[in-house]
Design a protein around this ligand. Structure first.
Ligand SMILES: Nc1ncnc2c1ncn2[C@@H]1O[C@H](COP(=O)(O)OP(=O)(O)OP(=O)(O)O)[C@@H](O)[C@H]1O
Ligand code: SF4
Ligand SMILES: [Mg+2]
Length: 332
């Protein structure tokens, strides 16, 4: 037993199609503890949101099937808990800001009561208690003039303020871990920075764990402690952000870093990589990245590399991981 607060281990998910199972998660493993921020990085379709859906227990099965792995919360496997136990963890243990979160607000209900709703249904607070706590939550996410804003409708809020309200909803039950799935994509650049700073502040104030799903290198560099890089339904590299930025141990991570001009590395988004994105399907052999990898060799076709610790705290799923770590770039 590892003792991590939230730990995804060897998670496998497939969808049934006419051509057989489509394996979309092929052994995802990562963990987060209180007081730290884990960034999950990877191009579109790599399985970032799907992993979060499994954790929150909202993946529809069928059509999906969880074929292996575990999601441990405080030592208990959520995938084996009855629904009542899972519901308790959802929200109270783990809060979630969804990828399309701005649509999470009901346009015809005032913002404050929407935040208070969870408190009434889950904590059975009275109307006035829920109101007071909702205003407090709005202050916590730095919505100015919270008393007045409580009575406004979502359309009276700017995009950034709406996102703050959505974050307040996710924090309503004081979760130990907050998962934020692309919390800034729909916002313009300056507001993105404000929301990221807010998440960082909230994480520090409450001591919760934060899982930040993102395409944004700037976000990763500025607020995460550790990063898990996903490719084709697997974590292909994980470790401390500063180590990985200085010296990646997987050619995919290196390609992602190289695709961002150096001067912009702390503020850039992932550029498209050359080559075809992986086609997810049935049984595969070899490394899924080999068709785009300059370092591919015979072993890469024969065996899929395991996620391996090549040096202290430096995990990657690449046959060349050790060699990559031995090579320290001249400018570091
Ligand atoms: N209901 C479904 N049926 C079949 N395939 C699905 C379904 N939902 C998701 N997928 C597939 O699972 C894979 C992972 O999707 P996921 O949404 O986790 O990607 P993501 O990494 O979050 O991407 P993005 O960065 O675009 O949000 C994708 O290839 C997607 O097409
Ligand atoms: S295992 Fe081989 S193909 Fe895959 S990333 Fe490493 S070197 Fe490239
Ligand atoms: Mg997603």
């Amino acid at each position: 037993m590892s003792g991590h607060l939230l730990e995804v281990d060897g998670l496998r998910v497939e969808f049934v199609s006419d051509d057989g199972p489509v394996r979309v998660l092929r052994g995802v493993s990562w963990h987060v503890d209180r007081g730290e921020t884990l960034a999950i990085l990877g191009e579109s379709g790599s399985g970032k949101s799907l992993t979060a859906q499994v954790i929150m227990g909202i993946l529809e099965t069928p059509p999906a099937r969880i074929s292996d792995g575990s999601v441990r919360w405080d030592g208990r496997d959520l995938l084996r808990l009855p629904e009542s136990g899972r519901r308790e963890v959802r929200g109270q243990g783990i809060g979630m800001v969804f990828q399309d979160s701005l649509s999470a607000l009901n346009p015809v209900v005032r913002v404050g009561p929407q935040i208070g709703e969870t408190l009434r249904t889950r904590l059975r607070l009275s109307r006035s208690e829920a109101r007071a706590r909702a205003v407090e939550l709005m202050r916590q996410v730095r919505i100015p003039d919270a008393e007045r804003r409580y009575r406004q409708y979502p359309h009276e809020f700017s995009g950034g303020m709406r996102q703050r309200a959505v974050i307040a909803m996710a924090l309503a039950l004081s979760p130990g871990v907050l998962i934020a799935d692309e919390p800034t994509t729909a916002l313009d650049a300056t507001v993105q920075v404000q929301i990221l700073r807010l998440l960082q502040t909230l994480q520090r104030e409450s001591g919760m764990g934060l899982v930040l799903i993102t395409h944004d290198f700037g976000a990763v560099a500025s607020i995460a402690d550790r990063v898990a890089v996903m490719y084709a339904g697997r974590v292909v590299e994980t470790g401390a952000v500063r180590d990985i930025f200085r010296r990646p141990a997987h050619p995919y991570t290196r390609a992602l870093l190289d695709a961002v001009p150096r001067a912009d590395r702390r503020a850039g988004r992932l550029a498209a990589l050359p080559g075809q994105p992986p086609v997810l399907g049935g049984e595969t052999t070899g490394c899924a990245f080999r068709f785009r990898c300059a370092a591919a060799h015979a072993a890469c076709e024969e065996r899929e590399p395991e996620l391996t610790e090549h040096a202290q705290g430096r995990w990657s799923a690449c046959h060349m991981g050790k060699e990559m770590l031995a090579h320290v770039p001249a400018d570091s």
